[in-house]
Design a protein around this ligand. Sequence first.
Ligand SMILES: C[S@@+](CC[C@H](N)C(=O)[O-])C[C@H]1O[C@@H](n2cnc3c(N)ncnc32)[C@H](O)[C@@H]1O
Length: 202
Amino acid sequence: MAKERFVESYRGARPEDLPWYDPDPDPDLLVLFDEVLPASGARVLDLGAGPAVHSIELAARGHRVVAIDGVAEARDMALTLAARRGVTLDYRVGDALHDGPEGPFDLVFDRGFLHTLEPAERRTWRAAVTRSLVRGGALILKCFDVRPPRDFGPPGLTARDVLHALGEPVMGGLALELLRRTAFGLNEAKDHAAWTVFARRL
Ligand SMILES: C[S@@+](CC[C@H](N)C(=O)[O-])C[C@H]1O[C@@H](n2cnc3c(N)ncnc32)[C@H](O)[C@@H]1O
């Protein structure tokens, strides 16, 4: 289940109080949406969706989005933002690792969820991703790079950690198609190094 620190982060918070909130979707992720998804109608699962900026964008484009987060206040915040944009979201409160919504989905989206997990939980994360995806379905992932060191947030992943989290490209597993060093803007003047990843379920 979502850790207590996330419950605390959302308590009484406005979106702009959250370090991971940006009112605008990340440009690199918008490019990937254009490249990977049909114009509309894809079934999308957003793991650890938080304020769900990207889910809202995808729903506005006509995709069928299910978002899940462990914190009820995150859902309430996201539904308020969605209503402002004039879209509805199917937003579940639960453990994204163990109680994910029934699939299958064409896209599993993870922006900043994997990197909050303990390394020992990454295998469980991979199982949650693969069981949610239709064969040939896409994973779009964005997580912190370990370098350069930051004085806040989780430590991040190396490129090797990302590959390890994806696992071997065996049948039913995930095959990496793109691993690009990018950045989170994260509400601050400076960018924070990130990995943007696209993989497909075999
Ligand atoms: C760094 S935030 C990113 C939120 C969102 N994806 C975004 O980009 O704005 C990580 C989110 O994961 C959620 N979370 C952490 N562990 C979870 C779990 N086991 N199940 C569901 N949500 C979880 C937290 O509540 C938090 O909203």
